[in-house]
Design a protein. Structure first.
Length: 129
């Protein structure tokens, strides 16, 4: 019989593992497997998030490059870069006049709120809020 040749073995007196030892080993193994599964899910979510971020930045970079390549066509608005008075759009005097006109319009737009604010009593304004 095949089992009779193991009777003379030195390990024949050992009994093997008990049920408690097997349960502890299974608990340790299951804990490790569940931890690895959780780490796998976390890494998968991180990879998806990184993919979305990368795709978003690539698309934004492409759009910026596309906008940089555009010719804005200011010349087409006023006819080959010359307005009615004959000044070119890139003329420093024209640019300074446009900037000063913008500053004057901004100052006029700010006058009325400033005048109204100076007429109010600060304590009364704070109480009403």
């Amino acid at each position: 019989m095949p089992l009779e040749k193991f009777k003379d073995c030195k390990c024949a007196g050992e009994a093997g593992m008990s049920l408690a030892e097997v349960m502890v080993a299974m608990l340790i193994m299951v804990t490790g497997i569940l931890t690895m599964a959780q780490m796998f899910m976390l890494s998968t979510n991180s990879n998806l998030s990184a993919r979305r971020t990368t795709l978003t930045s690539v698309l934004a970079e492409q759009k910026v490059e596309q906008l940089r390549a555009l010719t804005w066509g200011f010349e087409k608005l006023v006819g080959i870069g010359v307005n009615v008075s004959g000044a070119r759009m890139s003329d420093p005097l024209t640019l300074a006049a446009a900037a000063s006109l913008l500053a004057v319009v901004t100052a006029i737009a700010c006058v009325e709120p400033v005048v109204r604010a100076t007429r109010l009593d600060p304590a009364l304004a704070l109480r009403s809020e």
